[in-house]
Design a protein around this ligand. Structure first.
Ligand code: WTA
Length: 658
């Protein structure tokens, strides 16, 4: 692998801040081999893709296999997008059969490593067999096209097989992150109307078994539409199996045929629902469809990760998040990539695990989140230094803005100063990456996701809808539709329209604040709504608040984010208690666990403040802005004249000093 370093153009000096704002051009060697090898090539294709987006996307889509070619690229009547109409496509066929039936048949699709160290390599031919078999299992048990199937699994290959088998028969999967609790499963079952569940006995995490099936059983006490639960035997912990309803994966697979002809579905056939936090208590079921979503994930993988047959790609996300959907399952497999999949924690048995795996599997493209990078920085350089990371050629980052300190550490300690870093901005709703460097072309600058992807018309607007001048903060919008955009919030079209298309009629509002520098680079500031980004995971403050008030002791709760070294943001909760309850360390603990039980461990508040009152307007609205200032800067700088009861603030200030 090359040792050519991507040199900062501003000569790196001992001046720390100069180093932090340096610009990193890709090495000539990287650019020479890349699909898009210069900024001029990027500009040219970008310009034509914006002038004629349908031409660009149409030609990307044609690289996929269509059982019936599409007759029209786009039908757009805001907020309804229909991409590649008239076309029939089978998403799983594109991700699996296309490769299994060609020269990639015996190429590794998934190199799996379990946390305890067990490994399995699955070729495209094997993946094809497993997906066909499980598709036949689902069909045999009566799962039909458009039925909703909830998937609650650890990071094991069966998770990808389950998703692809659903896609193959046109069933709509809803993956629920394995760290979520039974009530979150129940909410999603009810909202999606799922009739089947695919789960496992448990998964390995930090040396322990995390049971999964019991959480499903708990949720099903209050939901009766599920006809079958398919259970993978992963960890061997005892689980209860209800006769006829609960079926072992391996038993079902043993008798299932590996022959299955993929049927073509309409391009707009629903592919999956993935729930994500919004600014109300109820998570939104983001719906993605087939042809457009696959085109977006395929095309971004190809250009942004510049994926090649000889690459070993590894995305450390979980399939429970959109990153796992788009950049573990659909995008890389549509590209015929070889990828590593890892079940467990980054620090098991120690913080060298990732680096050891990169060395062992000769990983060349590595995609992770800033929160993980910060945890590695804290753990110490001795971990990556022990391993040979020279196979890496490209690094990626996703989930939140990457702070320059983390960027530099990643670049130097992991990338050996030689790998471009693609800082990729996107969302559950966007389906695929929308803003990112193109690695052979774009000069990377720590902290900016740089420029929009081809066909993406991104802009920053002020409240009046005018485009902001350079370096002025505004709202990030996308002015033209793109294929992998969400089509609706499942069962709530009105909320879909209101959330994404009502700030500026006809334009998609991302909900992020951003600015653009003079060169056109986008700097993402963060969410403008009541959504927190904790360790790269989206959490709605309203969701945590409603979990807190569901506890018998809590009268009212307000949740805000505060800066946190490792997680990016931490959860701070202000709680008023009902009469008869007293603040105590025990109650604090109980509330924390209660939130963990209702939503999942990631939502547990870091700080809980018991207060006799919350700052409110005279009309009774909680002013979270003041709480946010209090936990961020320790005081209140803004106007408080609208407050109903000013003494609340004094009380809170005292509380925070404690
Ligand atoms: C944030 C994750 C800055 C952003 C793929 C967005 C980022 C939210 C970046 C979506 C990035 C994601 N730079 N911010 N590179 N990537 N975000 O739906 O606030 O879990 O709106 O999708 O994460 O989170 P979601």
């Amino acid at each position: 692998m090359s040792s050519a370093k991507s040199k900062p153009t501003k000569k790196q000096t001992s001046d720390h801040s100069a180093a932090l704002s340096a610009t990193y051009k890709p090495s000539a060697e990287f650019s020479k081999k890349a699909r898009i090898g210069s900024m001029a090539a990027y500009e040219k294709l970008y310009k034509s893709s914006i002038e004629k987006p349908e031409k660009f996307w149409g030609s990307e889509a044609k690289e996929l296999h269509w059982q019936k070619p599409f007759s029209k690229v786009l039908e757009w009547k805001c907020p309804d997008a229909k991409w590649f109409t008239g076309g029939k496509i089978n998403v799983a066929e594109n991700c699996v059969d296309r490769h299994a039936k060609g020269p990639r048949a015996n190429k590794a699709a998934i190199i799996f490593e379990g946390e305890p160290g067990d490994t399995r390599t699955i070729t495209y031919a094997q993946l094809h067999r497993e997906v066909c078999q499980f598709a036949n299992v689902l069909l045999k048990r009566g799962v039909k096209a458009k039925d909703r199937v909830l998937i609650y699994m650890p990071m094991i290959p069966e998770a990808a097989v389950a998703m692809l088998a659903c896609a193959r028969i046109g069933a709509v999967h809803n993956v629920v992150f394995g760290g979520f609790a039974s009530e979150a499963i129940l909410d999603r079952l009810e909202d999606s109307g799922a009739t089947a569940i695919i789960t496992a006995d448990g998964g390995w995490r930090r040396g322990k078994i995390i049971p999964l099936k019991p959480a499903v059983d708990e949720a099903l006490k209050k939901y009766s539409k599920v006809k079958n639960i398919f259970v993978v035997n992963r960890t061997g912990n005892e689980v209860s199996m209800k006769a006829k309803r609960d079926l072992w994966w391996h038993e079902e697979m043993a008798s299932a045929s590996a022959k299955h002809e993929p049927k073509g579905f309409d391009s707009e056939h629903p592919l999956f629902i993935l729930y994500t936090s919004g600014s109300t208590g109820k998570p939104k079921g983001i719906l993605h469809t087939s042809g457009g979503y696959l085109t977006g994930t395929y095309s971004t993988c190809k250009y942004i990760f510049d994926m090649r047959d000889e690459d070993v790609y590894w995305c450390t996300a979980d399939v429970g998040w959109i990153t796992g959907h788009s950049y573990i399952v659909y995008g890389p497999l549509a590209n015929g990539a070889t990828q590593v999949m890892y079940e467990g924690a980054p620090n098991q048995p120690d913080f060298g695990r990732f680096w050891k795996m990169i060395e062992q599997h000769r990983v060349s493209i590595f995609y992770t989140a800033p929160t993980a990078i910060r945890a590695f920085i804290k753990a110490g350089d001795e971990f990556p230094e022990k391993y040979d990371l020279s196979s890496l050629r490209l690094l990626g980052s996703v989930g939140e803005p990457i702070n320059p300190e983390a960027w530099h550490w990643y670049h130097e300690k992991i990338g050996g100063g030689r790998c471009p870093i693609v800082d990729t901005w996107w969302q559950t709703e966007t389906g695929a990456i929308l803003i990112s460097p193109i690695p052979g072309a774009t000069s990377c600058i720590p902290g900016t996701a740089t420029r929009p992807f081809f066909g993406i018309d991104a802009a920053i607007l002020d409240d009046a809808g005018n485009e902001c001048p350079p370096n002025v903060d505004g709202r990030l919008v996308i002015r033209k539709p793109w294929p992998s955009m969400t089509r609706t919030i499942y069962g709530d079209k009105a909320r879909f329209k209101k959330t994404y298309f009502s700030d500026y009629p006809g334009l998609y509002t991302a909900g992020d604040g951003a600015r653009r520098d003079k060169k056109g680079n986008f700097w993402i500031i963060g969410r403008l709504d009541d959504v927190l980004n904790v360790s790269g995971h989206r959490l709605g403050t309203a969701e945590i608040e409603s979990a807190l008030v569901a506890h018998p002791a809590v009268a009212e709760a307000a949740v805000v984010g505060r800066p946190h070294d490792l997680k990016g943001q931490a959860v701070a909760a202000f709680v008023t208690l009902k009469i008869g309850y007293e603040a105590s360390a025990q109650l604090e603990n109980e509330l924390r666990n209660h939130v963990g039980h209702v939503i999942g461990a990631i939502a547990k508040p870091d700080d809980i403040y018991f207060t006799p009152g919350l700052p409110k307007t005279r009309s009774g609205k909680i002013i979270r802005r003041l709480l946010k200032e209090l936990v961020t800067i320790g005081t209140i700088s803004g106007n408080i004249t609208t407050l109903d009861d000013i003494t609340v603030i004094d009380h809170l200030k005292i509380l925070l000093k404690k």
